[in-house]
Structure formats: C-alpha cells, structure tokens
Design a protein around this ligand. Sequence first.
Ligand code: IPM
Ligand code: MG
Length: 372
Amino acid sequence: MKKKIMILPGDGIGPEVAQEGRRVLEHVGRHFGHSFEINEGLIGGHSLDTYGEPLTDEVLQQCKDADAVLLGAVGGPKWDQNPGELRPEKALLKLRKELGLFANLRPVEVLAPLATASPLKKEIVADVDLLVVRELTGGLYFGKKEQGQTPGGENWAVDELIYSEHEVERIAHVAFQTARKRRNKVTSVDKANVLESSRLWRATVERVHTEYPDVELEHMLVDNAAMQLIRSPKQFDVVVTENMFGDILSDEASVLAGSIGLMPSASLSASAGLGLYESVHGSAPDIAGQEKANPLATILSVAMLLRHSFDLNPEAQLIEKAVKQVIKDGYRTLDIGQGETVGETQVLGTTDMTDAVISRLDQSITQTEKVK
Ligand code: IPM
Ligand code: MG
C-alpha cells in the first residue's frame, strides 16, 4: 500500500511524541511492505515563531494533499497572551474546519493492570470501555465571536453556540454506526432543559435513531453525564455530544484510564480516508524535552490512523496489542508510574517506552510468521 502522511509535531512534548509515533508507523510500514511517504510541517507556536501565523497555507495544503495527518500537540505559555487569531490553538481549529473533520472519536479503555492508576476506585474503573464521539466543527468553537464595550464603558464578549440540523445528523450517524460495531448503545449528551441548540440536537438525534432501531438510545443532561462518568462509567458505550461538552467530558473520561497520556483520538471527515490523529493530551510544556512524556497516546493514535484512514486493521491491532503487552509487562511512564501496583513495574522514558512497544511488535510479528 502507498500512502502519504503529514506529520505536524507542534509544541512542547508534541515533537517528542510525534517522533515516537513516526518510528512506530515506519516500523509497521517496513514490516508489512507498505510505502509510507512522510512529510513534516510546522504548526502552532513553532509556526508562529517562524512564519508569524499558527498555520500557513502551504502546510494546510500539504495536509489536504495527504492521506492522513498525525499531530503532536500545540500551545505553550510563550504564546498564551497572543490574541485569539494568533494563538497556537487556532491552527488546530483551522485544520479541523478546513479538512471538514467533524467527527472526533476518543476511546477510553481501562487496561486491567492500570485500574489502580486512576484516582477512582478500582471497582469503578475496571473494564470500562467507552467511546466519546465529539462533534468537532460546530458549536461554540466556531460560532460568531465578538468583544465590545457598552456606552457606559463596560467590556463585554460573546461566543455564539449554533448548530444546524445537518451537523447533528451526520455526527449522530457516526455514533449509531460505531455503536453497531460495539455494544449497541448510544448516550446522547446535551443540555436540553436550558439550551435551544440542545433541543434541536435531541430532536435530530431521535429522528436519526429511527434508522437504527437495533441500537439503544438514551439522552443524558451534561451535568448528570459529568457525574455518571465518574460514578458508574461502565454504563456507557458510545457517548455522542456537541463540541464543547465533548471537550470537557473527554478530559474527564481520561481519568478513568489512569492518564490522559494514554488517550488517542481520530478526527474524521465525510470523505472516506482523510483524518487527523492526535493524542488527547496537550503540549505539557513543563515536561518538554525531558524524556518524561508518555508516547503511548500518540502510538495508539497511529493505530487509529492505520485503521480509519488506511483500513489496515491487522496492523492497527498489532500496535494496540503491543501497547497492552508493554503495560502488562510492567513498563510505565512517569504519568502512570506512581500509585499502588501489582507486581514489578519499571518507569521508562519516552524513547525507551517506544522501544519496548517496538520490541513487542516484533515479537508478535515473529509469532504470527511462525504460525503461518
Ligand atoms: C482538545 C483540545 C483543543 C480543543 C484545544 C487545544 C483547542 O483541548 O483537542 O481537546 O479544545 O478542542
Ligand atoms: Mg480538550
């Protein structure tokens, strides 16, 4: 298979984890005889420093021309005081919008040996396996934004929360279709007791649901969902929600898995194939350049890339299996290295953790070849 991949390392720990993702991608490519043409480009703060803008038209075009995009992370204190248009995060929002990446999949799977890595009780988090399907190109993030001043001299600001039916319809389809491949349950999260946009959301999700009678649908108000997620997370299979709620709930859900450093994501468009893959964690500037970052979220994002953009399911599964094995074998990064553990564990740096994954990959490839 011949594919073009654009890698955007970004800021903070972004370049470190992107580099590790690239190693795993190239390794798998070599083993399976795929030809992956990889290009890299600047995004976020690094692009601001070099070109004066968070995402240049050239890099955007390169992403559009690629078959998939792998992103490190963007942002950092250096650019925190910049106006909205010149913030590193703007690059990410522009990419999502320009590439039409409306469906953001954020799986949360609690690996058995890490059930004690979460601050929540083991009985609550063990066996959790849920998927947040976050709408990614609408709502508050992309509504009209304005700041002004009253005649009396008081400053005001407004962010518009707007959704059109087609935006809700297409994300609802993604949720129902994904649920069919899982445990057939969708929880649609909104604030329909207060927000007009949520009432449209709920009615639209219900209408789309009539096409999926085999899938169970429930509605949940977002405040309750925030509570249920930590009270009894096992009740969830697919959680579908609008952009802002999804941003908040997916960070909350990451706590179940023990660390946000384990959470991959896929942002998909309507045109089959093209997607953007990134860890859910941010650029963590405080630990950048110290070999402390957990590369597993990015490595798992590479697995999602292979599955969703290239339809390479066996390759994706192999990576996921290798990550699970590494954890089972007792290897940890700092973020998951503390707390109560069963058996021996060893804390590794970013590069060594990736090496451990690659060696497990090789082991299972050798085993598969023997079976053949
Ligand atoms: C995320 C991040 C982004 C978001 C930021 C960096 C703009 O928090 O992907 O969850 O809010 O969507
Ligand atoms: Mg977020």
